[in-house]
Design a protein around this ligand. Structure first.
Ligand code: PLP
Length: 395
């Protein structure tokens, strides 16, 4: 085999406004060039404590069991589902988006019997349907997606959903991958037993170490399992040895990703979590209203709008894929098309973390108008730009 001649790493300078990853804050990138220490080094143990404290703040929880899972959001997801669902348990999951299906696959692999509560893609779960599903199936575990990245729907009524589950002694798992650090989320107040997230959405951190939190009640179920979790790597009873009091080797933590997450969470704490939620609403609100004025309606009902992922309808006769390509080619700007039941119907425009800034909106709105006009779409760019300028001027 001949010696490969591979050049120095170069990547285009993209602006990331798709479903994730989002633009990474320069301070997070700098933190990633910090020299390594061992994953059991006393200095790293201190860093672990700090990350846990910062994560509790972002999740709005006092849960002792709050850690970054080594891996992407799907790893923290599988840690939650694979540990809480025991063989023979019934797991209730939603049908209203891509990630409910992923939850179902994970629950099945964990040996659970999967049952579903139905809602169409683009709509949230109705608490009455959840209550009916509980009466019918008596599930042990109920998983739902707080911020469905595939549809741009924010699940409201979370406390109502968790009360239904708790009246039936079930455990609630919330997918908060696209809400943590961007959209109001109160784990303790809302009665969520286990919540997981990812770093590369509203925390604007590269993927690699993914937030997970469990309350004592959930952790008791995990620690009293009859059969160990099927994944050794994600077995929380073993991870307890590393992240708990003991600090013993389980696997080598992704040291650099933990540095990155620490810096990303420090940015959250500096800004203040509620101010951060408000910023996402404010900036994404300008984006959404400007696009609406231009002629792209918000796909979900306004009451279920997800500021971190704006699902805007594709105008008639427009090739959505070609629009995304145009933006990438001409503006180094990434947005995404719809998928599943909404394929061809929506653009998915992320406004997450460091991407939720006026600069991103002033780049996106005219660029998208140009891309749509290039296709002869019946849109009104001037109306969109007027809304954008007026609202950003009001800041
Ligand atoms: C991105 C995402 C995930 C999966 O995270 P990965 O980091 O891609 O593994 C899970 N749930 C939701 C809602 C997501 O948006």
């Amino acid at each position: 085999m001949s010696r490969p001649e591979v050049g120095e790493l170069t990547v285009p300078d993209r602006t990331l406004m798709g479903p994730g990853p989002s633009d990474v804050h320069p301070r997070v990138l700098r933190a990633m060039s910090t020299p390594l220490v061992g994953h059991l080094d006393p200095s790293f143990v201190e860093i672990m404590d700090e990350v846990q404290e910062l994560l509790r703040y972002a999740f709005r929880t006092d849960n002792e069991w709050t850690i970054p899972v080594s891996g992407t959001g799907s790893a923290s997801m599988e840690a939650a589902v694979g540990n809480l669902v025991e063989p023979g348990d019934t797991a209730l999951v939603p049908t209203n988006g891509y990630f409910g299906d992923r939850m179902a696959s994970m629950a099945e692999r964990a040996g659970g019997d999967v049952v579903r509560v139905d809602a169409p893609w683009g709509e949230p779960l109705d608490p009455a349907d959840v209550a009916a599903a509980f009466d019918e199936h008596q599930p042990d575990v109920f998983g739902f997606v707080h911020a469905e990245t595939s549809t741009g729907v924010r699940q409201p009524d979370v406390p109502e959903l968790t009360s239904i589950a708790h009246e039936h002694d079930a455990y609630v798992i919330a997918d908060c991958v696209t809400s943590l650090g961007g959209v109001e989320l109160r784990v303790d107040e809302w009665g969520i037993d286990a919540a997981y997230s990812g770093p590369q959405k509203c925390l604007s951190c590269p993927p690699g170490a993914s937030p997970l939190t469990l309350n004592d009640r959930a952790m008791e179920k995990v620690l009293s399992r009859e059969e160990p979790a099927r994944s050794w790597y994600l077995d929380l009873s073993l991870l307890e040895g590393y992240w708990g009091e003991e600090r013993a080797y389980h696997h080598t933590a992704p040291v650099t990703n933990v540095y990155a997450l620490r810096e990303a969470l420090r940015l959250v704490a500096e800004e203040g979590i509620e101010e951060r939620w408000a910023r996402h609403r404010r900036i994404a609100g300008v984006l959404k209203d400007a696009l609406d004025a231009m002629g792209l309606a918000l796909n979900p009902d306004e009451a279920h709008w997800l500021p971190s992922l704006n699902a805007m309808e594709v105008p008639a006769g427009v090739d959505d894929g070609a629009v995304c390509e145009y933006l990438l080619d001409r503006y180094d700007l990434e947005i995404a098309t719809g998928l599943g039941a909404l394929e061809g119907d929506i653009f998915r425009i992320g406004c997450m973390g460091h991407s939720a800034r006026p600069e991103n909106v002033t780049l996106l709105v005219p660029a998208l108008a140009e891309a749509l006009e290039a296709q002869g779409a019946d849109v009104d760019p001037a109306a969109g730009l007027a809304v954008m300028r007026e609202r950003l001027g009001e800041r």
